[in-house]
Design a protein around this ligand. Structure first.
Ligand code: SIN
Ligand code: MN
Length: 270
């Protein structure tokens, strides 16, 4: 996939791009089987919530080692559709993944992600510049009722807003204060709803304000995220660094594989 000049300009302006059906139904089915396999694994980083202890987040599917390693997720993270698009938007062929995760927002119980910028926490990880972007992959049909993502168009151009640690949710998140958010939203175009069919993807800038609500529907809302950084921008040492599953130290440049590798990886799993 080669992004057009118009797409590049839209990303500059809005801070995100949405790609309907970027991942096929067959690929989504394979990735979903992987999520079901992995959520039973007792892995570092897996967060659970609610009365049923349903998974909220699990990490590090893109590596070729570790409890949550997944060949299909690894192949997708290196595909031209995903890695190629990130390389083009970040203007650098040498990228690595700061972390990958699946957010399993369980039916009825899955809770909110408050308004935040990802670079709010990644700067604290020791990353010098906001030269990062995240590719979101919908593994379910997502709707406002099921807690889809909202993006605030153009908010990446405001730069980083000082973050505070919101401990009110199952996943403690460096968020933007309600006071800042109210001011920002009053001056901004309306948030964009990232809903639609499973297989829809979106890539967004690390300073773009985003959030999602509670899942009130009777169906889960599964979404995968690949967070790319340029290799030269890898984190410097910080005091009390976060664990590797969320702040990778593997900043070797990723190699592109073919788009067909996602389905081909299933044979390798058999
Ligand atoms: C995130 O922003 O990191 C997660 C948001 C979501 O999965 O709804
Ligand atoms: Mn985020």
């Amino acid at each position: 996939m080669k992004l057009t000049q118009a797409q590049m300009a839209a990303y500059e302006r809005d801070g995100f791009l949405i790609f309907p059906d970027l991942v096929s139904a067959e690929e989504v089915a394979l990735l979903r089987r992987e999520v079901e396999r992995l959520w039973n694994v007792d892995a570092e980083g897996t967060v659970r919530e609610g009365k049923t202890g349903a998974p909220k987040s699990m990490f590090r599917m893109h590596e070729d080692n570790g409890a949550t390693a997944s060949k299909p997720f690894r192949a997708l993270s290196r595909s031209p559709r995903v890695l190629g698009a990130a390389q083009q938007l970040l203007g650098d062929d040498k990228l690595y993944i700061h972390h990958s995760k699946v957010n399993v927002k369980a039916a009825i119980e899955g809770s909110v992600w408050p308004w935040h910028q990802d670079y709010g926490s990644w700067k604290l990880d020791g990353i010098e510049r906001p030269d990062m972007a995240t590719m979101l992959v919908m593994l379910d049909d997502a709707s406002e009722m099921s807690g889809c993502l909202y993006l605030l168009p153009g908010s990446h151009r405001w730069g980083r807003t000082e973050a505070y640690l919101d401990t009110s949710t199952a996943y403690r998140l460096w968020s933007v204060t309600p006071e800042d958010m109210k001011k920002r939203m009053a001056e901004s175009p309306a948030p964009v709803v990232v809903d639609g069919r499973a297989g829809t993807c979106a890539i967004f800038h690390c300073n773009l304000m985003h959030a999602s609500g509670h899942n009130l529907s009777h169906r889960d809302r599964w979404q995968a995220y690949f967070c790319f950084n340029t290799c030269v921008n890898h984190p410097h040492d910080v005091e009390n660094p976060r664990a590797d599953f969320v702040r990778s130290r593997n900043w070797k440049p990723m190699e592109l594989v073919s788009d067909a590798s996602v389905l081909a990886s299933e044979a390798a799993l058999a």
